[in-house]
Design a protein around this ligand. Structure first.
Ligand code: MUC
Ligand code: MG
Length: 385
């Protein structure tokens, strides 16, 4: 493998060798039950990666899951085993700044396993950024924005509680856009719930919905006009991930824009969705795309096809959220904002200084690497024994 085109002093090059990689499963309780169509959680589970370089600098990364292998095929138990057994050995001794080569080595060591790869790649970028005194966003191409409109997700399924929760977020000027999780209830019950939410928040908040693949095409055809009447701004993944042709047919008759989530993991899937004209917007997530650089690739395909960008999440802690913000910071047009409210839904966080949420925005943390520091006491407290 040729050396990088930038010639680094020999000491620095040696110092950037990956020395050790450690993984820890943590379970952090949520402030309330979070109910999606396919799963429901009262604690968020993550794998935290600590990657130490020969120079003694440690980079961190996080792989988020949602209720075991139900949102996607990865679980924290599987992620830890895959990293420890296959991916970490592919990186030990390699130079941390060769990000693209690291990606190729990980792809050769394991198919997919995108959340696991993303956590490792984040830790590589964090370690190199900390060594050089540069934010990860700078390593990725530089900052276009350092704060992001951020929504909150209503997902208890109890509409009275959801209205109260939205009112509290509005009053605190934290969130004025809400994503409502639908699909756990019947379509009729969800439409009734949305009617009450839309009436209660009219003129003061925007609503989007996420069905997490719960509807079939006929249900979606029946429900979309009501969603349009209620002023819903965006409908996320109404159909199963495999049904891209169905999404294209829906989109052709829908007055509300459609967002692709579970149907777009790879840049190639983004291209297929674009070619099928099956989405107006795509939700970008590290756990889906397999890392910061692949997130940029998916965003590039979407941009080339005129598909809007949205900063998606999987309820990451401040570690995973910060990594996403560094990737989002360099996108030219993040027209649909982001949803990195994850740190706020946890009863506690894993970092020494939490991300800043103010005036309906979340802020890119300052400082080298991903800009947040792991709180090792918290890591120990929430580590699964
Ligand atoms: C998803 O499907 O979008 C993101 C926010 C939330 O409440 O659930 C996740 C996953
Ligand atoms: Mg979604």
């Amino acid at each position: 493998m040729p050396d990088s085109t930038i010639t680094l002093p020999a000491d620095l090059r040696r110092d950037l060798a990956v020395a050790t990689i450690q993984t820890t499963i943590v379970d952090v309780p949520t402030v309330r039950r979070h109910k999606l169509s396919q799963t429901s959680v009262t604690a968020q589970s993550y794998v935290i990666v600590e990657l130490r370089l020969a120079n003694g600098v440690t980079g961190i990364g996080e792989a988020a899951t949602l209720g075991g292998p139900r949102w996607s095929e990865e679980s924290v138990e599987g992620i830890k085993a895959t990293i420890d057994t296959y991916l970490a050995p592919a990186l030990i001794g390699e130079h941390a700044d060769r990000f693209a080569a690291a990606g190729a080595r990980m792809d050769a060591a394991a198919k997919r396993n995108n959340a696991a790869k993303a956590a490792l790649e984040t830790a590589l970028f964090d370690a190199v950024g900390r060594t050089l005194g540069l934010p990860v966003a700078a390593l990725l191409g530089g900052v276009v924005r350092n704060r992001f409109p951020v929504l909150w997700t209503l997902a208890s399924g109890d509409v009275a509680q959801e209205i109260e929760e939205a009112e509290a977020k509005l009053a605190a000027r934290l969130h004025d856009t809400f994503k409502v999780k639908i699909g756990a209830l019947t379509p009729q019950a969800d439409l009734a719930r949305l009617r009450r939410l839309a009436a209660a928040l009219e003129g003061r908040a925007n609503l989007i919905v996420d069905a997490n693949q719960a509807w079939d095409e006929t249900t979606a055809v029946r429900c979309l006009p009501t969603l349009a009447d209620l002023g819903i701004r965006l409908v996320e993944q109404p159909l199963p991930a495999w049904n891209v042709p169905g999404m294209a047919r829906l989109r052709a008759r829908s007055a509300v824009p459609l967002m692709a989530d579970e149907c777009v993991f790879s840049p190639q899937e983004m291209l297929s969705v674009a070619q099928a004209a099956a989405a107006d917007v795509v939700s970008l997530k590290l756990v889906k795309h397999g890392g910061l650089m692949n997130l940029q690739r998916v965003a590039s395909v979407a941009e080339a096809a005129g598909i809007g960008l949205y900063g998606g999440c999987l309820l990451e802690s401040s570690v995973g959220a910060a990594a996403h913000l560094h990737a989002f910071a360099g996108l030219r047009d993040l027209g649909w904002g982001c949803e990195h409210f994850g740190p706020q839904i946890l009863t506690d966080d894993l970092v020494t200084e939490k991300l800043r949420f103010a005036d309906f925005h979340v802020h890119l943390p300052d400082g080298p690497g991903i800009g947040v520091t792991l709180d090792r006491d918290k890591l120990r407290r929430y580590a699964r024994t």
